[in-house]
Design a protein around this ligand. Structure first.
Ligand code: SF4
Length: 242
């Protein structure tokens, strides 16, 4: 019986894959992104230990609703590949039910995703947080290379990807870096769209409740013009960006 640590689940529309999604948040993440909105999911031991079958029973309650709404199930985190057997079983069982499946990951642990797991994953939501290794490490505390390796592997396997990029003024907005990322992504050939997500400070209250300082408390959200400029850089490489 496969078990895993789960932080919770929620319904979302349009952002975590096509249609209405049931998003399962797994607990535990090896990265510590400065802008993380879910610091309560960082430690696996803070999650609720559940059997895959128990999670599937919850999913079954929403199955008809999300199917009718053209949606599916997204396994998110934390970092779902920190628990590869559990995540793989959820994706496989959802796939067997005929539900569209998505995996939301930083790609940092992409080597843990087996080809069998990726074969039952209809979409990967890949967060590439920066394109210069030094920026990536400053932002996440970890190395960039595993994420790029995973992105290339997904391209070889022909798995559809929606790329996510959080725009943080003064941190991820260097034009050369954005151009470098856009060129890399365009060269993969399997990225269906790029979501540019403007940084915001809505998680600050959560950090406060957890007794932790919010590292980007003094960083402003990007302006509309800054977002438009980054979108234009992705589109200039022939990508669909929104
Ligand atoms: S990878 Fe995601 S969950 Fe982990 S620290 Fe970064 S933003 Fe938070």
């Amino acid at each position: 019986m496969t078990t895993g640590a789960v932080s919770g689940w929620d319904l979302s529309v349009g952002v975590d894959g096509p249609g209405t999604r049931l998003v399962v948040f797994t607990a535990g993440c090896p990265l510590r992104c400065l802008y993380c909105h879910n610091p309560e999911t960082w430690r696996m031991r803070d999650g609720q230990r559940m059997a895959a079958g128990e999670v599937m029973a919850e999913i079954a309650r929403y199955r008809r609703f999300i199917s009718v709404a053209g949606g599916g199930v997204t396994v998110s985190g934390g970092e779902p590949l920190l628990q590869p057997e559990f995540t793989g079983e959820l994706l496989r069982r959802c796939h067997d039910l005929g539900l569209h499946t998505a995996l939301d990951t930083s790609g940092y642990l992409g080597d843990r995703a087996t080809d069998a797991m990726l074969a039952v994953t209809d979409l990967v939501l890949l967060d590439v947080k920066a394109f210069a290794p030094v920026t990536y490490r400053r932002l996440t505390g970890g190395p960039l290379a595993p994420t790029l390796r995973f992105a290339r592997r997904l391209a070889v396997l022909g798995r559809p990807v929606w790329l996510r990029f959080v725009l943080v003024p003064g941190l991820t907005d260097d034009p050369d870096e954005v151009d470098g990322l856009a060129g890399f992504v365009a060269g993969l050939g399997n990225v269906e769209r790029v979501d540019v997500l403007p940084f915001h400070r809505m998680a600050a209250a959560k950090y406060h409740r957890l007794g932790r300082p919010f590292p980007l408390a003094d960083t402003p959200p990007p302006t509309g013009d800054q977002v438009a400029e980054v979108l234009a850089r992705f589109r200039a490489h022939g990508l669909t960006a929104a």
